[in-house]
Design a protein around this ligand. Structure first.
Ligand code: NAD
Length: 350
């Protein structure tokens, strides 16, 4: 019988790359994409694979426990890769409850459904929870997050993800549920929703709008190309040790201001205009509350145990990302119409 894997949040940014990776690499699996299609979910992200015989889409909300259990009973997945989440830190500051509902309650609903249908017979089963390095809090100027770093979340988003990680671990320790967790650094790439730094800057450069940089721009993040995150999830889902977590990162730390300058330079070059044109749009805006100074991942464990390495450098990944946005401006215009415009106005034009 075919393996059935239920992927939640598959219409979102990272989820769509994970769905594509599994649908195309494993034609012998059935991939079920379960997504509520919130503002961040977009089936256009999967247009190229939507007719594949091993792909099914289900519109469902993970906060609806009854519906989720009925889907698990009907489809009987052997594995779950859970990415559905409210994912934007700024939105978590204005509406934390939505983050508790989806990220915490939604995760527990999925854990309960998996436990119920697998009924303690866990042979060949796996629940893979996709999480973030933001659960670890912030670093000073030196040091790296390892899998043993104590959790210390500061935003409602990271607090909700930390809580969901704890529940996933608790279901392993209490009920023996076969789980793995990945904690990944900041992703970027095609299909990234333009409320996040890189696609926001590309969109604003194309529309001659200012490029808002928080505080003094010295915030440091570790950046990973989204396709390399999808590859890491594939590896951990198949080969990770039950009950373990794996940090995923690019060993690629950048201050926000340096990242935006590199992005401006690449866009100017690709548009064939003088370098320095786009960077004139850089504007420093009031910092967000609870903003963590520095995140950096020690990805030694996944490298040593599973042989994982990112496949592209940051410069290559950024170039591919900009090329994608330049040739998919219709996608960009579609997702930035309507509600997004209202949200954008309230965030950056205070
Ligand atoms: P995203 O916001 O682009 O996508 C989230 C998806 O989840 C959307 O398709 C949305 O429709 C769906 N969703 C939201 N609420 C739902 C609900 N109640 N029921 C069902 N579906 C729902 O997010 P992303 O950036 O692709 O992140 C995916 C996962 O990876 C998240 O769990 C996030 O915490 C984690 N993560 C993200 C990053 C990053 O840099 N973006 C880094 C590390 C980990």
């Amino acid at each position: 019988m075919r393996k059935k894997i239920l992927i939640t949040g598959g219409a979102g940014f990272i989820g769509s790359h994970v769905v594509r990776e599994f649908v195309t690499k494993y034609p012998e699996y059935n991939i079920i994409n379960l997504d509520a299609l919130t503002y961040a979910g977009n089936l256009e992200n999967l247009k190229d694979i939507e007719d594949n015989a091993n792909y099914t889409f289900l519109k469902a909300d993970i906060t609806d426990a009854e519906h989720i259990l009925s889907i698990f009973k009907e489809y009987q997945p052997d594995g779950v890769i859970h990415l559905a989440a409210e994912s934007h830190v700024d939105r978590s500051i204005t509406n934390p409850t939505a983050f508790v509902m989806t990220n915490v309650i939604g995760t527990v609903n999925l854990l309960n459904a998996a436990k119920e249908i697998w009924k303690d017979n866990y042979e060949g089963k796996r629940f893979h929870h996709v999480s973030t390095d933001e659960v670890y809090g912030t670093l000073g100027e030196i040091g790296l997050f390892t899998e043993n770093t104590a959790y210390d979340p500061h935003s409602p988003y990271s607090a909700s993800k930390a809580s969901s990680d704890h529940f996933v671990r608790a279901y392993h320790d209490t009920y023996g549920l076969p789980v793995v967790i990945t904690n990944c650094s900041n992703n970027y790439g095609p299909n990234h929703f333009p409320e996040k730094l890189i696609p926001l800057c590309i969109y604003n450069i194309l529309n001659n709008k200012s490029l808002p940089i928080y505080g003094d721009g010295k915030f440091t993040r570790d950046w990973l190309f989204v396709i390399d995150h999808a590859r890491a999830i594939d590896m951990v889902y198949h080969q990770g040790r039950n009950g373990d977590s794996y940090n995923v990162g690019g060993f690629n730390e950048l201050q926000n201001i340096d990242l935006v300058k590199e992005l401006c330079k690449q866009v100017d070059e690709k548009l064939g205009r003088p370098v320095g044109t786009a960077s004139e749009l850089i504007t420093f805006v009031k910092d967000r509350p609870g903003h963590d100074l520095r995140y950096a991942i020690d990805a030694t464990k996944i490298n040593k145990e599973l042989g994982y390495q990112p496949s592209v450098t940051f410069e290559e990944g950024l170039s591919r990302t900009i090329d994608w946005f330049l040739s998919n401006q219709e996608w960009l215009n579609n997702v930035t119409s309507g509600d997004y415009q209202k949200y954008y106005e309230t965030q950056y034009n205070k």
